[in-house]
Ligand binder design. Structure first.
Ligand code: CU
Ligand code: ZN
Length: 186
């Protein structure tokens, strides 16, 4: 009886295994669209000597990317420079690892409304009297990730908060001082 049961089971098992074979690597040629990620998160971590932290959500919005969330530990009542930097690496103590402002068009530094600007130039954030800032800004001209691999995509790059306000004109970074918080867009 036991032998009979086993001999019935074996062909079934082999059939099931064959049915679960994965598709060939890469999928059918010309099909399989690349998935487009339409939202991303950033956790801002403080630089040495800073207590600035934040949680942000980014979303594709046509020809812009929205950035929303909250940042705490800022200088009360002060404006702070805020940019996309070109390298998605936030290494302490000072986040120099994040490189310069993201600038795929090789334009000069500017403000969010300047004709010519770095793509990573976004509006200053403003802290309330408790050092908290509610963020709701747009990164004009940016895409989160693009199926055609456009040079405007910011997924994998870094968001950086500075000690001082960005004047939107001093080269190359708006005279906004030290990097006090940093987070990778992922
Ligand atoms: Cu910056
Ligand atoms: Zn810039």
């Amino acid at each position: 009886m036991r032998i009979l049961a086993l001999s019935l089971l074996v062909p079934v098992t082999i059939f099931a295994a064959a049915a679960e074979q994965p598709a060939p690597a890469g999928g059918p040629v010309g099909a399989a669209p690349v998935p487009v990620q339409s939202t991303a998160k950033v956790s801002l971590v403080p630089a040495a000597g800073s207590s600035v932290k934040g949680e942000l959500t980014l979303a594709n919005q046509g020809t812009a990317v929205s950035v929303r969330g909250e940042i705490t530990g800022l200088a009360p009542g002060k404006e702070h420079g805020f940019h996309v930097h070109e390298v998605g690496q936030c290494s302490p103590p000072d986040f120099q690892s994040a490189g310069e402002h993201f600038n795929p068009t090789k334009d000069p530094h500017g403000g969010p409304d300047s004709q010519a600007r770095h793509l990573g130039d976004i509006p200053n954030i403003k802290a309330d009297e408790s050092g908290r800032a509610s963020v709701d800004v747009s990164i004009k001209g940016a895409t989160l990730v693009d199926k055609d691999g456009a040079p405007t995509q910011i997924l994998g790059k870094a968001l950086v908060v500075h000690a001082m306000r960005d004047d939107y004109k001093t080269q190359p970074s708006g005279d906004s001082g030290a990097r006090i918080a940093c987070g990778v867009i992922r």
